[in-house]
Design a protein around this ligand. Structure first.
Ligand SMILES: Cc1ncc(C[n+]2csc(CCOP(=O)(O)OP(=O)(O)O)c2C)c(N)n1
Ligand SMILES: [Mg+2]
Length: 627
């Protein structure tokens, strides 16, 4: 039997019948569509979604976003909250609508998170070429702007003819649901092809379940890894996002308790163990804490679980200083498992930890890190209550402390860029594996509100707090209007410090004197942005988008405001001005940012000397991982 459908209708019907299953639990692979219509998709995918909504079949909800980059962030937030087992499809018009999704595509792929992107494409027929917004490449007739998705996508295809669709859809689903391969999956749909009818075979639309296996690592590799760990004196576990996606917290808890090995976390791994777990030592690396970083410096065997070892995690490869340090990496992706010349354990985090533990034959390590952790937690307490340098302005650490204490165990905090991710990595006390959502693979300004929206869609029962700097807010605040339209409640804490506190500090560190990082009037005399504060009122801006806004002047106002926001049933923005000076204790770590080799400025020359001193601790990590 065949079904005569347009390509748009076939895509929607097919997606409504895709299910992902792990551990016996099924959920929709693509839970809904996010989109913005233009001439590229209004009559194709748009018609198909309308038909679905009007007739109730297939069941495919549609939500209108306000910016295409943002809608990919929303899909990413959704996918991360659902541990990569469910996501959203994003439909965009041709040209700018589609290229606006490029940043989102990169973010999804870097973070190993599934999103299905359906950029519209120029006419396959070319009868009216060039269509509005078509890129014309004189020497290559088959190139469109959508080719820019190729390096950003884990799967890419373009459907020039309807009969190409079935196989492309199956390939797309395979990659989307494979935890080792997943990321942005892009199917380009030319605007005419979307509307063309074809007799699609019935079986394309039968319910299909994509099983996500818990692949166990190779038994021989487990034996080798266990022998390496048994021979260690000071092992350290680095828990990354893979622990959380694999729902391996209980397995890690058991592994850590029974072996006594301390567990440090990365940005994506925070919450893998609760902050007060006896083995938890908190954040590692450039934005970590001194206790985890001291353990890293001295570790002889580092067990990476579900981590991609970003430069923040490895302190630009200066974190691990033991002369004989070796790595054992458990990761579902072979590429990540092999990093730092590790002994690779390719497999699911839960299955891998469960296989590794018995192979250690009861080997226990007696580290003496608890006193250090207690001293560090006292420093966090102090930072939560600390005073700043600028009169009575609250510090960022105080803001984090108040939000942390307001957060219930199941509530979620969201962030992505600026000085907040580092402070959160150091100071946030996570109590649940799904509580901490800092997008730090792409660290994309503007993710905060749009991503939080996806998290709320995935788990409407959880309170979602998103902390957003003024810089990030100015890049992408418009999804407040989307949240308002969808009756989705977020609590947004808008941290106003009049510019880039993070990059301002970094600029100073590299000798660039905070050049071009303040949101102030340009001073005609100095030529710099060191004039008066701008008459910008972001609280009023949020109000204009439909948010309920509370202006907080003091920390006490914020405490009270958070209480009101929790009780409210609508999206609330808490606006607070903070001291731009750093307020979290130092990580006692390093991050490589290169400094000009020659310069006439004294500040640059001084910074160059510091930079070279930091580089002396950088390691290659080429030693084979096994014993
Ligand atoms: C899209 C994007 N552009 C540029 C950057 C580089 N960048 C990182 S943090 C930052 C400033 C962030 O400002 P704000 O949100 O106010 O946070 P603050 O630094 O003040 O904490 C910039 C420009 C980035 N991460 N993302
Ligand atoms: Mg700022």
């Amino acid at each position: 039997m065949k079904q005569r459908l347009t390509v748009g209708q076939a895509v929607v019907r097919f997606l409504a019948n895709q299910w992902t299953e792990r551990d016996g639990v099924e959920q929709r692979t693509v839970a809904g569509f996010l989109g913005i219509f233009g001439h590229g998709n209004v009559a194709g995918i748009g018609q198909a979604l309308l038909q679905a909504q009007r007739t109730g079949a297939p069941d495919m909800p549609y939500r209108l976003a306000r910016n295409e980059q943002a809608m990919v962030h929303t899909a990413v937030g959704y996918a991360r909250m659902r541990n990569r087992l469910s996501t959203m499809a994003c439909t965009a018009s041709i040209g700018p609508g589609s290229t606006n999704m490029l940043t989102g595509a990169a973010l999804a792929t870097v973070n190993r998170l599934p999103v299905l992107l359906l950029p519209s494409d120029v006419f396959a027929s070319r009868a009216a070429a060039p269509v509005l917004q078509e890129l014309e490449v004189p020497a290559a007739g088959d190139v469109s702007v959508n080719d820019a998705f190729r390096p950003l996508s884990r799967f890419f295809d373009r459907i020039w003819r309807p009969e190409q669709l079935p196989q492309a859809l199956l390939s797309a689903m395979r990659v989307l649901t494979d935890p080792a391969e997943t990321g942005a999956v892009t199917l380009c749909l030319p605007q005419d092809v979307q509307t063309e009818a074809y007799d699609f075979p019935d079986e394309l639309f039968t319910k299909r379940v994509w099983h996500v296996p818990r692949q166990a690592p190779d038994p021989l590799a487990v034996e080798r890894a266990a022998a390496t760990i048994r021979g260690a004196h000071r092992p350290l576990i680095v828990a990354g996002g893979g622990v959380i996606y694999a729902e391996a917290s209980s397995a890690l808890d058991r592994f850590a308790r029974e072996t006594g090995i301390p567990v440090a976390d990365t940005q994506a791994g925070k919450g893998a163990l609760p902050w007060d777990h006896p083995n938890a030592v908190g954040g590692i690396g450039a934005t970590g804490n001194p206790v985890a970083n001291k353990l890293a410096r001295n570790a002889d065997v580092v067990i990476g679980v579900g981590t991609r070892y970003s430069d923040f995690t490895t302190a630009s490869r200066s974190a691990f200083q033991h002369p004989d340090v070796r790595f054992v990496n458990l990761n579902v992706t072979g590429f990540d498992a092999g990093k730092l010349s590790a002994l690779p354990l390719v497999g699911d985090a839960r299955a891998g930890l469960s296989a590794l533990l018995p192979a250690l034959h009861g080997r226990r390590f007696t580290g003496d890190f608890r006193d250090d952790v207690a001293a560090w937690q006292a420093a966090v307490d102090h930072a939560y209550r600390g005073r700043g340098t600028q009169g009575d302005l609250p510090t960022q650490a105080e803001v984090i402390g108040v939000v942390n204490e307001a957060c219930g165990t199941r509530d979620v905090v969201v962030q992505a860029a600026g000085s907040l991710p580092g402070d959160l990595q150091r100071l946030w006390r996570a109590r649940d594996p799904k509580q901490y959502h800092v997008e730090y693979g792409y660290s994309c300004m503007g993710f905060e509100i749009a991503g939080a929206l996806g998290i709320k869609m995935a788990e409407p029962g959880r309170e979602v707090y998103t902390l957003v700097g003024d810089g990030s807010y100015l890049m992408m605040a418009q999804e407040i209007a989307t949240a308002v339209a969808e009756h989705l409640k977020l609590i947004i804490i808008l941290v106003q410090n009049h510019g880039f506190a993070s990059i301002g500090g970094l600029s100073e560190q590299v000798g660039s004197q905070r050049f071009g990082t303040a949101y102030r009037y340009r001073n005609p005399r100095s030529g710099d942005y060191d004039g008066a504060r701008l008459p910008v009122d972001l609280a009023a801006n949020a109000e204009s988008l439909g948010a309920s806004v509370i202006r907080c002047r003091t920390i006490a106002d914020l405490v009270e405001g958070l209480k009101q926001a929790r009780e409210a049933d609508r999206l609330t923005v808490l606006h607070i001005e903070t001291d731009p000076e750093p307020s979290a204790p130092s990580a006692e770590s390093w991050w490589e940012v290169p400094v000009a080799e020659v310069a006439t400025l004294h500040s640059t020359r001084h910074a160059r000397t510091e930079y070279l001193a930091g580089k002396r601790d950088q390691r290659h990590h080429l030693r084979p991982g096994g014993l």
